[in-house]
Design a protein around this ligand. Structure first.
Ligand code: TRP
Length: 361
């Protein structure tokens, strides 16, 4: 059987560099690798609503932003199916059956859900839909018979949960669902790109993001005000590269050829780091180098976005056709699930015959 990818994002805002290193960059590579038979990329609006029930307008507005970011990064609608989660009703029905295979205590142990509950101050008022979203995510993945889920490490507990559901389902009802695997980013710095202020994660509320659609000037400002080593006060002072955001970003984005192009004084990142640690290298120079690298990356993304922005109806059309195609696949998995659970009563000639015999005595 072929290899199939499913992955997605919640449409709660424009996508940023954290999304890019954590998943987008990889998705485009995987899409163009030709190693996968099918690729599904989902805009997870229904999941986003699990903690935004009172603000559906935010989700509604951001669907197109996320779609534009996908297209800008090089997701190609002729190679990948981009769709909107809420337009595939079959996913809800799958989740409804999977709910019977998961215990409350298992959900309570999910570390990603735990942190999210803390971050949102839900404490005792956790919406049930939010609490159970790992189950809904298992539906997203299994509906498309995905073998591979490229995602950041924060998604690991979700994939583990999905795998447990698959094993439980197949154990009870017979081999029906495909057990997915997570595909983590390959570069350690990419696992979790910190915010420009050095805080653990990029987040809109902290204002520490560099968005893929930011202008050159916005990117420059963010880079120039980036958190570095607070003890590196004078140029001569030795500096630390660990926990220094500029160097973390260089770990994620710098390639050896960038030196020849933008900073021929050095030939590798190790050499640059060594100089910084010895002392005698100022932050501004390093920041300018990072800015040049980011601009090289972001300029074509920005330009492609501008092109798609000129034809928004075409983007909605891509989403509509993608959702229709996704729905067909999900419907076929759902039919398998119903058959395996033997709740496909009206197609079950055996059931009808058996019940007739029973009542005719
Ligand atoms: N949980 C993901 C996020 O927060 C979005 C998502 C929903 C997803 N369903 C998925 C990711 C299935 C991978 C596979 O961004």
């Amino acid at each position: 059987m072929g290899k199939i990818i499913l992955t997605g994002d919640r449409p709660t805002g424009r996508l940023h560099l954290g999304h890019f290193v954590g998943s987008l960059r990889r998705r485009v590579e995987l899409q163009n690798s030709g190693l996968f038979d099918k690729i599904f990329i989902m805009i997870a609006d229904a999941q986003a609503l699990t903690d935004n029930a009172d603000n559906p307008e935010k989700i509604r507005q951001n669907i197109i932003e996320v779609a534009l970011d996908y297209l800008a990064c090089g997701i190609d609608p002729t190679k990948s199916t981009i769709f909107i989660q809420s337009q595939v009703a079959e996913l809800c029905e799958l989740a409804f059956y999977y709910m019977n295979l998961v215990t409350v205590s298992r959900l309570q142990r999910n570390p990603t859900v735990k942190t999210e509950i803390q971050m949102r101050n839900f404490e005792t008022s956790i919406p049930v839909g939010f609490f159970t979203y790992p189950i809904s995510q298992a539906s997203d993945i299994t509906a498309f018979r995905a073998t591979t889920v490229p995602a950041g490490e924060d998604q690991q507990p979700m994939i583990e949960q999905a795998r447990e559901i698959v094993r439980r389902f197949n154990g009870i009802y017979g081999d029906t669902l495909v057990e997915p695997e997570i595909l983590l980013p390959d570069n350690a710095a990419c696992m979790r790109l910190p915010g420009t202020d050095g805080k653990a994660k990029m987040s809109k509320s902290l204002g520490n993001c560099i968005y893929l659609s930011d202008t050159s000037e916005e990117v420059r400002k963010r880079v120039m005000s980036m958190y570095t080593d607070p003890d590196h006060i004078r140029v001569e002072d030795p500096g630390k590269v660990e926990g220094n955001t500029v160097f973390t970003y260089l770990d994620a984005f710098c390639r050896p050829e960038h030196f020849a192009q933008y900073w021929p004084d050095y030939s590798s990142l190790d050499e640059l780091k060594a100089h910084y640690m010895r002392g005698g290298l100022g932050d501004v120079k390093v920041k300018k180098f990072l800015y040049a690298i980011l601009e090289e990356l972001l300029t074509p993304i920005r330009e492609r976005r501008k092109e798609w922005e000129k034809d928004i109806p075409a983007v909605f059309d891509i989403l509509k056709r993608g959702s229709e195609a996704a729905r067909e696949v999900a419907a076929s998995t759902l039919a398998d699930v119903r058959r395996a659970m033997r709740i496909d009563y009206f197609d079950d000639a055996e059931l009808i015959a058996e019940q007739s015999r029973k009542f005719q005595g």
